[in-house]
Design a protein around this ligand. Structure first.
Ligand code: UT7
Length: 329
């Protein structure tokens, strides 16, 4: 498109599994209690898939809804980027299954691995591809079935995660709206604080590794918490500076929904008001790459934000990876 300034959001969608796992349910599974989970994480429920449900089905549902919202056909899409670490299989990319499920015959498709930052990494890439004119309609999806890699005997982690998917469709615009700034970063020195050691070439699927549950995720929660607050506040400030805006200009900030205390600590650092802070971690838990697009879709459909509003998105995850974006809807 001639004179394309940037990419804008044309539509959003989400897919949430019906089944709800409550803190009371978890009390029957591990040595935990509702009071601890609520006080330390703010989580009350999380939605989880029935065993055997593949990520592609959630991702396709979210993608379809985003296309409907945008008034577009799947045939209009020329690229699908799926941020996930819990795809259907190691290969082919789950984005290819999504392509088939929604009928996006004209699209290229690939998965992007940046853990909880997968959606914002994808958003930055999609914005760049649209700005250069290489692609015109990109479906960016963040989706996870994290319960597929949870160790249900580890109370340190199993109470935190949920399943879901969220999506946006992006297209070019010449207007003064859309993705105004993005920032992404990584620091692999901390890869040992949040990781899934199995399922890759490093640790083959041997009986010993299966016994040691190497296919489940490991996390040093307290350390991750500390870095999350620092890195999210830093990346958000970078994106604000790049867009020439201040926090008070933002209608809403959607930060990665991992822990209410992290969201509150970030809000303090950025001097956000309660009205500017989006919270749904109490209902969904940590859905990794899905958390931001799910929240963005909710905020739009519930009227919490409207066309023309400035919204900040910010995330942090395994890697470590992080990212942020400032968008005028
Ligand atoms: O998505 C990527 C980003 N991920 C995150 O941002 C997660 C970051 N981390 C966190 O959210 C928090 O660190 C947690 C919620 C994971 C843990 O909260 P915490 O306040 O850091 O607790 P802790 O790990 O320091 O554990 C405190 C105590 C320990 O007992 P002792 O050693 O003090 O006796 C734990 O064994 O709480 C115990 N504990 C639990 N007790 C009841 C840990 N998990 C549980 C549990 N129920 N589920």
């Amino acid at each position: 498109m001639d004179n394309c300034k940037r990419a804008m959001i044309l539509g959003t969608g989400r897919a949430i599994p019906e089944k709800v796992l409550t803190n009371a349910d978890l009390e029957k599974m591990v040595d935990t209690n509702d009071a601890w989970i609520v006080e330390r994480s703010g989580i009350r429920t999380r939605h989880i898939v029935e065993p055997g449900t593949p990520l592609s089905s959630l991702a396709a549902e979210a993608g379809k809804k985003a296309l409907e919202d945008a008034g577009l056909s799947a045939k209009d899409v020329d690229l699908i980027i799926l941020g996930t670490v819990t795809g259907d299989m190691k290969f082919p990319a789950t984005a290819c299954f999504v392509q088939t499920l929604i009928g996006a015959d004209n699209a290229a498709a690939f998965d992007l691995s940046a853990a909880c930052s997968g959606f914002l990494y994808g958003l930055q890439l999609a914005d760049s591809l649209i700005r250069t004119g290489i692609h015109q309609r990109i479906l960016v999806i963040g989706g996870e079935i994290l319960t597929s890699m949870v160790n249900w005997e580890d109370r340190n982690t199993c109470v935190l995660f949920g399943d879901g998917a969220g999506a946006v469709v992006l297209g070019p615009t010449q207007q003064d709206r859309g993705i105004l700034a993005t920032d992404i970063g990584a620091n692999g020195n901390f890869s040992n604080l949040l990781y899934n050691p199995g399922c890759g070439s490093l640790n083959m699927p041997t009986p010993e590794n299966a016994r040691d549950k190497l296919h489940t995720l490991r996390m040093e929660g307290r350390e991750v918490f500390r870095h999350a607050v620092v890195c999210m506040s830093r990346t958000m400030k970078k994106s604000l500076k790049a867009s020439g805006l201040a926090t008070e200009d933002l209608e809403l900030v959607i930060s990665h929904q991992a822990n209410l205390r992290i969201i509150e600590a970030l809000g303090k650092r950025l001097k956000l008001t309660e009205k500017q802070t989006y919270v749904n971690v109490d209902r969904y838990g940590n859905t990794s790459a899905a958390s931001i697009p799910i929240a963005l879709d909710e905020a739009r459909r519930d009227g919490r934000v409207k066309e023309g509003d400035l919204v900040g998105l910010v995330t942090f995850g395994a890697g470590f990876t992080w990212g942020s974006s400032i968008i005028r809807l």
